[in-house]
Write a protein that binds this ligand. Structure first.
Ligand code: SAM
Length: 282
């Protein structure tokens, strides 16, 4: 039986047994694989890096969708950049009264995910509240004149097509697409191994938003400890939304989650000291 060996880092790696291969091909933009692993369910990789697994995707998608939306409290329009597997679209659409534009660079990721990872999107791509655009996310924020309350960048790592989504340009352009009081949350890697990414984002995003920080969650198959989500907004009150307010919004939303709850939402903004030190240049 073959194994998949992740190629994200030089000197350490994780390996998954491929119990059944569903799809493997070079798309127009990247090398895409979807296979089954007995412990993790279906696994998607892009360019040799694990993107999502059926077993632990709920942690990532719930934390990236619900933290900014519940903190905002009145989001009507959400922009998702990337997220071709459909898990983020599914979670965002659980909120009533929200319209979503999703900008994904690679149509093949959407098509293959609908076919081989259907538990991720669960029909979200057929929802009339979703507008799907196939384009590079940076071109969309540069050329569109639409405004959003929440922007979620569910991108690959800053290598290949995802690299532009970690630039100062991108953060500045994304800000022009936010309504007043809006917030952007971005996938920002596992800082124990990807500390440069954390510091770069802090500096680049910090040039455009008066409140730039990170919140975290541990997602087992993004190994190496907590992963961070970057948080950029000019509404400094958002990250300190009171627990009672989050609880009221969560109850009103009326859906069940498996990882997210208001207490973990608040706690996720507490960063370990080694990351605070890194952000302060120590
Ligand atoms: N949860 C994953 C993670 O943490 O690594 C991300 C998963 S999602 C599959 C990432 C998506 O971002 C991919 O479908 C990829 O095609 C898309 N993507 C990469 N660069 C992009 C860009 N410049 N514009 C829009 N989408 C992009």
């Amino acid at each position: 039986m073959k194994n998949f060996k992740e190629t994200l880092y030089d000197a350490v790696c994780q390996e998954f047994r491929i119990d059944k291969m569903y799809f493997e091909s070079k798309t127009e933009h990247q090398h895409l694989m979807i296979f089954h692993n007995a412990q993790l369910g279906r696994v998607m990789t892009l360019d040799g890096v694990v993107q999502t697994t059926e077993a632990d995707e709920f942690i990532y998608h719930e934390m990236m969708a619900h933290v900014p939306i519940f903190a905002h409290g009145n989001a009507k329009k959400v922009l998702i950049i990337g997220g071709g597997d459909g898990g983020m679209l599914r979670e965002v659409l659980r909120h009533d009264g929200i319209e979503v534009t999703q900008v994904e660079i690679d149509q093949a990721v959407i098509d293959m995910s609908v076919q081989y990872l259907p538990k991720h999107s669960q029909g979200a791509y057929d929802d009339p509240r979703a507008n799907i655009v196939i384009a590079d996310g940076i071109d969309f924020v540069r050329n569109s004149d639409e405004k959003f309350d929440v922007i979620i960048s569910d991108s690959t790592d800053p290598i290949g097509p995802g690299e532009v989504l970690f630039t100062e340009d991108f953060y500045g352009l994304a800000k022009t697409r936010l309504n007043e009081g809006g917030v952007i949350a971005t996938q920002n890697g596992v800082p124990f191994f990807q500390q440069d990414e954390l510091i770069n984002t802090y500096q680049r995003m910090g040039k455009h938003f008066s409140d730039t920080t990170f919140y975290g969650a541990s997602i087992p198959t993004y190994y190496g400890g907590i992963m961070t989500f970057a948080w950029g907004t000019d509404n400094t009150a958002l990250r300190n939304t009171p627990l009672a307010t989050l609880q009221a919004r969560f109850e009103k939303a009326g859906f069940k989650t498996r990882y997210y709850n208001p207490a973990i939402h608040q706690a996720a903004f507490a960063l370990p000291q080694y990351l605070i030190n890194a952000l302060n240049g120590n």
